[in-house]
Design a protein around this ligand. Structure first.
Ligand SMILES: [Zn+2]
Length: 128
């Protein structure tokens, strides 16, 4: 059970996460329609086509990133309802409140996140 946070704190994080989910879903909806709208024009020359393709690729990367973020936020909501919010999924230790404030969707404590990042060879912005 989540015993290092009181009800008000949990409600605060829940509200923050829910707001974030709404924002992301709105952005995803407009991004998806934009990506379709910037479909390559037959009349565009090679250079234009290349830059349009590049812009589209970046846009799709952003969409993928947002989708992943959305999944993490929804996972955090589920953990709140299951009373597991705030605990590291790997070692079971409490995640620091400072870290949760910056990223309420955090699933791992700083230590496990660092190990995981090292293993994944993938760098995320770190919040202590
Ligand atoms: Zn941990």
């Amino acid at each position: 059970m989540c015993d290092f946070m009181n009800k008000d704190q949990l409600a605060f994080y829940k509200g923050q996460i829910e707001r974030h989910i709404v924002e992301l879903e709105e952005r995803l909806n407009s991004q998806a329609s934009q990506a379709i709208a910037t479909d390559t024009n037959e009349m565009a020359d090679e250079i234009d086509r290349a830059s349009i393709e590049e812009a589209r690729r970046l846009e799709l990367n952003r969409i993928e990133h947002d989708k992943l973020h959305l999944r993490n936020l929804k996972g955090a909501l589920r953990r709140i309802s299951e009373g597991e919010f705030g605990y590291c999924e790997s070692c079971g230790e409490q995640i620091s409140l400072k870290r949760l404030q910056a990223r309420p969707e955090s699933r791992f404590c700083l230590e496990c996140q660092s190990t995981k990042e090292f293993n994944d060879n993938h760098v995320f912005r770190r919040v202590a």
